[in-house]
Design a protein around this ligand. Structure first.
Ligand SMILES: C[S@@+](CC[C@H](N)C(=O)[O-])C[C@H]1O[C@@H](n2cnc3c(N)ncnc32)[C@H](O)[C@@H]1O
Length: 276
């Protein structure tokens, strides 16, 4: 494979279109590595909220598993749709949405492997941007996202409004993101990741750009207060904020998430919201 120069990491503005285009390309190029590296931990049909390993089967953040049967669920930034597969196994009716075609091809691969082993039918997959959901109003009972889309989207308030629009009143919207305090620390699993080096309050996006200055990867930061305000402004009510603690059994490193940092700092925030 021909490889160009390493992208330059910087902090600068990046709007909706540039962020979406950059991240679509990045996830298409990196989906194979992501699934190879993390697919074992995620499991083909588990619902894991983040690197700590918080499992929906234990947490029940979408409600009791026994009540999922027959519920329509939109999974946003589904990747290979492991969470949707867990939901389908409980009788729910998930739709798995992702921006990246390559991620969705992994979802289809896992479906085909399951079918070959006598498993369930293929999941409905939709390639779209989380900010522009191609569904009618009030189409879903529940919506969820495990680190999908929200860390990468420039206008996250718009995503919440879109989710509110496609949810029926009373429906839950549960999403996990990198815990906002992590923004102040280097994204490193070791000791160097324990010293704050930048301002928690600086919302300037993290951008990797090529030699022409075009973004090839973008992450956006929101403080805890920003997230709460965006949720409320979209007509959603925040009913819980879960900060999973690092469990003793989990010895794996996942990028900047590690047992060392996990024992000292929160790594993931899971927001549990209800459509008013
Ligand atoms: C960290 S992965 C999480 C995937 C899956 N939920 C998991 O736990 O493995 C982030 C996913 O968000 C998707 N994504 C990024 N930006 C998006 C956007 N604007 N709209 C929809 N999906 C997006 C990526 O393609 C990727 O599959």
């Amino acid at each position: 494979m021909i490889q160009g120069p390493e992208p330059e990491a910087t902090r600068r503005k990046a709007g909706i279109t540039e962020s979406s285009r950059a991240n679509r390309g990045w996830w298409d190029r990196n989906a194979d590595d992501y699934q190879r590296e993390h697919g074992g931990f995620l499991g083909d049909d588990r619902f894991v909220w983040g690197p700590e390993g918080l499992d929906e089967a234990d947490a029940g953040l979408l409600g009791p598993a026994a009540e999922l049967k027959g519920r329509s669920v939109l999974e946003i930034g589904a990747g290979a749709a492991q969470c949707s597969r867990w939901l389908a196994a409980r009788g729910a009716l998930p739709v798995a949405l992702d921006l990246s075609r390559r991620q969705l091809q992994h979802a289809r691969r896992l479906d085909e492997e399951a079918r070959a082993a006598g498993g369930a039918a293929a999941l409905p997959l939709v390639q779209a941007d989380a900010g522009f959901l191609p569904f009618a109003d009030a189409s879903f009972d529940l919506a969820c996202s495990a680190y999908g889309a929200l860390p990468f989207v420039a206008d996250t308030a718009r995503v919440h409004r879109e989710v509110r629009r496609v949810l029926r009143p009373g429906g839950r919207w549960v999403f996990s993101v990198t815990h906002p305090v992590r923004w102040a620390f280097p994204d490193e699993p070791g000791e160097e990741g324990l010293t704050a080096v930048s301002s928690y309050f600086d919302r300037t996006p993290y951008v990797e750009q090529d030699e022409r200055g075009l973004a090839v990867y973008v992450e956006h930061h929101r403080t805890l207060g920003d997230r709460v305000r965006e949720i409320a402004a979209a007509g959603l009510r925040l009913v819980d904020l879960v900060e999973p603690e690092w469990p003793a059994w989990n010895e794996q490193e996942w990028g900047g998430w590690s047992p060392l940092r996990g024992r000292l700092l929160p790594g993931t925030a899971v927001f549990v919201c209800v459509a008013e």
